[in-house]
Structure formats: structure tokens, C-alpha cells
Design a protein around this ligand. Structure first.
Ligand code: PSU
Ligand code: MN
Length: 288
């Protein structure tokens, strides 16, 4: 597909193995690929299977990632270890865009990127997604950064790193499970044509790094911020109590909040991931 200049959309695998429970994770992974296809693009879910980087998975690979209990979570810092140890591993936003860019993929979709965690001033926990987005050329369709993060600090950090915060029919950065934050996007593009034109201009001046294309969860599917904030507070409290930190923190919080919300957040998460994959498929098809 790449050789023939076809539109390809990369998809990550951490949300399959560590972000969503089985069997919903498999459902989302397949539905995401299907919507990319229905928009006229080619999906390439990325993971490490038996120590090999795979860009484009088959059904068996998908099932391993969705069902197996010992899938590693790899970002840039621990990627090579999983290759050497012949692991099955899921790739985060950071490692997925890194691998996708290596072979010339330009578009990527996920739910929400990683970012600056709450209390980062003490823990220094800032997702390496941000660092990777600043270095890797990728057009990333997402619903902002995950609600469990400090979204104000994440927004500022994006600007510091020179990562464009583009709205697709939104004036504000989305809040992942909730519709929007009060942080203004750099520009609100109302049509795919205008947005693709922006990407072309950017390429003319050879700007590097990623562009975040913010696509909020549909309003009627969004959850109230107040509810989410309460769930976040109690799950952060629990994480501290259980001494959960580092790369285990994000999956722990997401899972806890799914339970507290009686799967409201899980439903919203599924909805927005598939929706983002669809927009990425549409933009890629227009771009090529
Ligand atoms: N988006 C989701 N669910 C997820 C993630 C994103 O809807 O599970 C994953 C992504 O793979 C992202 C990772 O890169 O969480 C961030 O983890 P950390 O905060 O440890 O960098
Ligand atoms: Mn982290």
C-alpha cells in the first residue's frame, strides 16, 4: 500500500491490551479497522508479535493482543527489549507513531494521547507520547488527551513542544470522555478539504513533528465533567494506596473508572476511538 501511494492509517495496540477489557477491546479493534476501510483507506494496526514488529495485523494477532494476560506495554524506552525477548507487546501512541513513520505512514488514530499526569510537579510523570509527537511526523486524530491527566498542563506542554493543536469542527481541545475543555485550539477547521490543505502547506515548509487533529466525542455520547472528576479523584486515591505508578498507572485508572462509572466511560471510550479512526480514514483518503 505504501509503495503504491495508497492512504494508510496506523492504529495503536495498547488500547486493545491495556485500555479496554476483553471482548470489547477486540470489537473496537476490528470496528476501527472496518471504519478506516469504509472511508477508502487501509488500516494498519501495529504491535510486536513474537518479537517482530508487525504493521498490519491478522485475526490471530488481534486475538492474542485482546485475550492474552501477559502482553507487555511498550513505548520508546522499552521497545527493543521486547524485540530481543521475543515478546508479544502492545505499542503505545509513542511507539506506534515512531514505527509507522519509519515505513512512511502519515495518518494515525487513537482515543486520547498520553500527557502530563496530575501531580506531575511531584512525580515527573509525563507520557513519552508528548516527546515522540514532537519528533515524529504524523497526523494524529484523537479526542485530546485522556481525562485522567492534567489537561491544562498537557495543553501548554503541547505548545512548548511545537505540536499543533488543530480542531476539526471544534473551538476547544476535547476532554476525551467529556466533550470539551476550556482550552482553545490553534484553529478550527470545518472541512476535510481545508484541513488537508493546511497539511500540504505544512509539508511545503518541511515542518517536523506531529499535528494533533482534535475530534471530540459526539455531544450526545459525552459524559459530564463533574461525574468524571469524582471518579478520577477516587481512583487516584486508590492508585496511591496500592502504590501503582509508572506505566501501570494509566491502565489502572482507566479500568477503575470503567468500574465506578458502570461502564459509561468504557462505552464513551469505544465510541470515540471508532469515531476518530473514521475521521483519520476520511482525511487520509482525501490527502492521497
Ligand atoms: N487511549 C485510549 N486508551 C489507552 C491509551 C490511549 O483510549 O489505553 C494508551 C495509549 O497507548 C497511550 C498510553 O500511548 O495509553 C499512554 O500511557 P502512558 O501514560 O503510560 O504513557
Ligand atoms: Mn507515565
Amino acid at each position: 500500500a505504501i509503495d503504491n501511494n495508497k492512504p494508510v492509517v496506523a492504529l495503536e495496540s495498547t488500547l486493545i491490551s491495556h485500555g479496554l477489557p476483553y471482548p470489547k477491546n477486540l470489537e473496537v479493534a476490528k470496528a476501527s479497522e472496518d471504519v478506516v476501510r469504509s472511508q477508502g483507506s487501509i488500516p494498519a494496526t501495529i504491535a510486536i508479535i513474537n518479537g517482530k514488529v508487525k504493521i498490519g495485523l491478522n485475526n490471530n494477532d488481534m486475538s492474542i493482543l485482546a485475550e492474552s494476560k501477559n502482553i507487555k506495554k511498550v513505548s520508546r524506552h522499552n521497545l527493543v527489549i521486547s524485540l530481543q525477548n521475543k515478546d508479544n507487546a502492545a505499542t503505545t501512541v509513542a511507539s506506534t507513531i515512531y514505527l509507522a513513520a519509519l515505513i512512511g505512514i502519515k495518518f494515525f488514530a487513537t482515543g486520547g494521547i498520553g500527557g502530563v499526569h496530575l501531580d506531575a510537579e511531584n512525580t515527573f510523570d509525563i507520557s513519552s507520547d508528548l516527546n515522540e509527537l514532537s519528533k515524529t511526523n504524523m497526523y494524529v486524530v484523537c479526542s485530546g488527551a485522556k481525562s485522567i491527566l492534567d489537561l491544562d498542563k498537557t495543553y501548554e506542554k503541547l505548545e512548548t513542544l511545537g505540536i499543533s493543536r488543530i480542531g476539526f469542527n471544534t473551538d476547544y481541545m476535547p476532554g476525551f470522555w467529556y466533550y470539551q475543555t476550556d482550552k482553545q485550539v490553534d484553529y478550527n477547521y470545518k472541512t476535510a478539504d481545508e484541513l488537508v490543505n493546511y497539511l500540504n502547506i505544512r509539508e511545503n515548509i518541511k515542518q517536523d513533528g506531529s499535528v494533533l487533529i482534535f475530534n471530540p466525542i459526539p455531544k450526545e455520547k459525552a459524559i459530564k465533567k463533574k461525574l468524571i472528576d469524582d471518579w478520577i479523584q477516587s481512583s487516584i486515591y486508590k492508585a496511591k494506596d496500592k502504590l501503582i505508578n509508572g506505566k501501570d498507572l494509566t491502565p489502572f485508572l482507566i479500568n477503575e473508572i470503567n468500574i465506578l462509572s458502570k461502564n459509561e466511560t468504557l462505552k464513551a471510550n469505544m465510541e470515540l476511538i471508532i469515531n476518530n479512526a473514521s475521521i483519520a480514514g476520511k482525511l487520509a483518503a482525501k490527502y492521497f
